[in-house]
Design a protein around this ligand. Structure first.
Ligand SMILES: Cc1cc2nc3c(=O)[nH]c(=O)nc-3n(C[C@H](O)[C@H](O)[C@H](O)COP(=O)(O)OP(=O)(O)OC[C@H]3O[C@@H](n4cnc5c(N)ncnc54)[C@H](O)[C@@H]3O)c2cc1C
Length: 517
């Protein structure tokens, strides 16, 4: 079957879903090709066992590490992509992240755009994704042209106490930007019920600002928009000269179909977009489509992150915990030569999730002890910037399977951040636990399979010799191929990537509207 559209968008996550939303009003014929289906709304959405222990919503794909060892990547194939499971912490990169930053392990390169050039798209993204927050609280943030559309989500008592203790200790906690549909002034009428099942869980009541709910569902009744689910793109074909994509090959319902469009936007996520382009090698593009620079698949980043549980004497009965963040160590200074990163809260821990995430550590622990730990736990997420290293890369083997080579970077910065957080928490009354009678911090490093923040495999830039995409995210070597997911990041900063992917998709969408007339 061959059908022709104005734009084909491959993938419906933060990048693809938002791009489709931006283009929909133009009236152009848009085809969305999504490998997954709609995520079912079912009680399992809010059950830690299927979500964390049996991994019900994680793909059954097998990827291989550099040594050929198989692993199950924590990626999610649904309408809405990874945002169906994300924590909806929607941060802007800081202005410094758009420039060059020296790190202990090397240099984080500058973007071809400045923060000021990107700022309007951040504002559009925050308004589209209904972000709650308070611009002006965090000393590291850049200028903003519009306040958030919603006030910051209020802290619950334990977190308010933490914020007060940190402020008294000279730190600068701020309200974290959250993409949830909570109207605290009219709580009963609000879609969000302020539950604990947000970070890492699908939202049963569709009150999380994910790409399905915010971007894809609202455009599906438009006659110019077609969504095909269960449609896995396996290859892009070009004309003989290799200058234009002429066909998108799709596996669906056990057969193969081909679709055509004037513009093809690849938004399958940083690893899968690289995989599709590498698998599309041809006589005109021997090393993979759009890979004249040899950079495609390289510079894979996913943050040097740690989940951390601090146990206090007092109970922590917080339900929605993700309201606080600290950037006091985000930039170098105060005697520190390197930036260390961002500190934010995680969703509230529970015993089942601990078992799922740390099976070896918790195997022998009786249920009551884990319940007790969870009742006193304050859960944090520490993020240090990862560097774009050429050898951290996605490749495909002879069978077309993903091989992911990855060595984490900036370990010394991550270790220093952890030390600073321990000091900081001691200031905040998290110094003694009544069971353990001493400081007890449990920390968990994120392994290669935890590729939630994957980015960088097709970076944008002005020089075709060192980048895959131009500043509009069009492949340097093809006239109608765009990549509009987190692949385009030349560096990743130390805050969560989704808002930047969303803002960029709006930016590229507006460019395409101009281009298509
Ligand atoms: C558990 C979890 C928590 C997270 N929390 C946060 C957070 O709080 N804040 C934040 O900023 N970020 C968070 N992230 C990261 C964030 O979700 C991603 O950065 C973002 O969704 C990436 O957008 P994307 O468009 O690049 O990819 P995705 O959103 O993953 O979208 C890719 C889409 O492409 C589809 N696809 C893949 N291959 C094919 C193919 N061959 N054919 C057709 N379709 C295909 C996928 O099914 C998917 O729909 C989290 C991620 C996870 C997994």
């Amino acid at each position: 079957m061959t059908e022709r559209y104005d734009v084909i968008i491959i993938g419906t996550g933060a990048g693809g879903g938002t791009l489709a939303h931006t283009l929909a009003a133009s009236g152009k014929r848009i085809l969305l090709l999504e490998r997954g289906d709609f995520l079912p709304r079912e009680m399992d959405n809010w059950d830690p066992k299927p979500v964390f222990v049996t991994g019900k919503y994680i793909t059954k794909d097998t990827w291989y590490d550099e040594a050929g060892k198989p692993f199950q990547p924590q990626v999610h194939y649904f309408v809405g992509g990874a945002t169906k499971l994300y924590g909806a912490a929607l941060y802007r990169l800081r202005p410094a992240d758009f420039g060059e930053i020296k790190h202990v392990d090397g240099v984080s390169p500058a973007w071809p755009l400045s923060y000021d050039e990107f700022e309007p798209w951040y504002t559009r993204a925050e308004w589209l994704y209904q972000v709650h927050g308070a611009h002006g609280e965090d000393p590291t943030e850049g200028p903003w042209s519009k306040q958030y559309p919603w006030p910051a989500v209020s802290h619950e008592p334990r977190i308010q106490q933490l914020a007060d203790d940190l402020s008294a200790g000279g730190y600068h906690p701020f309200h974290a930007p959250c993409g949830i549909m909570l109207d605290e002034a009219r709580r009963p009428a609000s879609t969000c019920i302020r539950c604990t099942w947000c970070d890492g869980y699908p939202c049963l009541v569709h009150a999380k600002s994910d790409a399905e709910v915010i971007a894809v569902r609202p455009i599906l009744d438009q006659p110019n928009v077609t969504l095909l689910t269960g449609a896995e793109v396996i290859r892009l074909d070009t004309d003989a000269a290799g200058g234009s994509v002429t066909g998108v090959a799709v596996q669906r319902d056990g057969g193969q179909e081909t679709y055509q469009a004037d513009i093809v936007a690849l938004c399958a996520g940083a690893t899968n977009s690289a995989k599709i382009l590498l698998r599309s090698a041809s006589d005109a593009h021997r090393r993979g489509l759009a890979n004249g620079s040899g950079q495609l698949g390289r510079n894979y980043m996913f943050h040097n992150s740690k989940a951390m549980v601090a146990l206090g004497k007092e109970r922590n009965d917080t339900v929605y915990q993700k309201t606080l963040s600290v950037n006091d160590f985000y930039l170098p200074g105060n005697g520190r030569e390197w930036p260390l990163g961002n500190i934010q809260m995680l969703g509230k821990s529970n015993a089942e999730a601990m078992r799922g995430e740390e099976p070896h550590l918790t195997k022998l622990a009786p249920q009551w002890s884990l319940d007790e730990v969870a009742a006193h736990a304050v859960d944090l997420w520490l993020t240090t910037e990862d560097l774009p290293r050429p050898d951290n890369r996605v490749q495909v083997d002879r069978d077309g399977q993903v091989r992911l080579a990855y060595t984490p970077g900036n370990a010394a910065e991550a270790a220093d951040l952890y030390k600073e957080v321990r000091k900081m928490l001691n200031h905040a009354g998290l110094a003694a636990h009544h069971m353990l009678d001493k400081n007890y911090y449990m920390k968990m490093n994120v392994p290669i399979a935890g590729c939630a923040h994957q980015a960088g495999t097709a970076r944008f830039g002005t020089d075709p010799a060192t980048s895959v995409l131009d500043v509009d995210c069009k492949a340097h070597e093809l006239d109608n191929l765009y990549v509009v997911d987190t692949s385009f990041f030349p560096s990743i900063g130390a805050v969560n990537p989704a808002l930047t992917a969303i803002a960029n998709a709006i930016r590229v969408g507006e460019h395409l509207i101009q281009r298509l007339g």
